[in-house]
Ligand binder design. Structure first.
Ligand code: ADP
Ligand code: 5GP
Length: 232
């Protein structure tokens, strides 16, 4: 035992009264994660996100505001909040969005207040958004988890968009052109998940969501540099 110091207990001295350990033991993570799932239109973002929401607890999805016309299958307030261009512009002026972007002739934005409320309540929130908006989130929220969903091939992407049949040919061509640009920017994100088989993609996404719940971040709330943590 040479060189090892002996604690007061072993020397027969009384140890200092036990300090309340609750501060040390408490989990470091209090808040949920902001999770961005981005990638080209038609890659399957909506499909895999729905599967995640059905299977992973404490996970929710933000409902965006858009100026796009509602598709027959869509429900207002569930798939999107549908607004006029003037209303959208007013929301931008009022600073209501945490990110917003124009995509293929329409505007889309993520309302901040609900998202922040959910994250503070400890739930993970998925933003299913295009690349320009994802880049804004990366800039403003360094702790956000950024996932790029890729198609297995360009042909597969084309056939999925065609199969979904929600856009007229000109708009579909515009979305495919946009997809090429977006694919070039995927290196900006933390993860690339390839949506070949849906089950496989959902498994990988689930693993990412759970792993990110365990990550220790060097952010304000957790760091010993934070006043609250100095004595813990
Ligand atoms: P996004 O939300 O990215 O625009 P969707 O989820 O609407 O894409 O998917 C586009 C189309 O592709 C839908 O018809 C969907 O059923 C189909 N799809 C999604 N994932 C796959 C996949 N892995 N294999 C084949 N088809 C898929
Ligand atoms: P769609 O018209 O097919 O519903 O959506 C077109 C694109 O806009 C998709 O890539 C979709 O993920 C994206 N999008 C949906 N909501 C938002 C949002 O709030 N912000 C941004 N930046 N993109 C969004």
């Amino acid at each position: 035992m040479a060189g090892k110091s002996v604690g007061p207990e072993l020397m027969g001295k009384k140890s200092a009264p036990a300090k309340d350990d609750s501060d040390i033991i408490r989990p470091l993570r209090k808040h949920g994660n902001l999770i961005v799932i981005t990638g080209p239109s038609g890659v399957g973002k909506g499909t895999v996100v729905q599967r995640l929401l059905d299977t992973v607890p404490k996970l929710t999805r933000s409902v965006s505001v858009t100026t796009r016309a509602r598709r027959p299958s869509e429900i207002s307030g569930v798939d999107y909040f549908f607004h006029t261009q003037a209303e959208f512009d007013q929301m931008v002026a009022d600073g209501m969005f945490m990110e917003f972007a124009e995509f293929a002739g329409n505007n889309y934005g993520t309302p901040s207040s609900w998202v922040m409320q959910e994250v503070k309540a400890g739930r993970d929130v998925i933003l299913e958004i295009e690349v320009q908006g994802a880049k804004q989130i990366k800039e403003k929220f360094p702790s956000a988890v950024l996932i790029f969903l890729s198609p297995p091939s360009f042909e597969a992407l084309r056939s999925r968009l065609k199969g979904r049949a929600t856009e007229e040919p000109i708009k579909m061509a515009l979305r495919l052109r946009k997809a090429r640009q977006e694919m070039r920017e995927r290196w900006l994100f933390h993860y690339e998940v390839i949506n070949d088989k849906v089950d496989e993609a959902v498994k990988n996404l689930t693993n990412i969501v759970y792993a990110e719940r365990c990550r220790i971040r060097d952010n304000e709330a957790n760091s010993p540099k934070n006043e609250h943590n100095k004595n813990s």
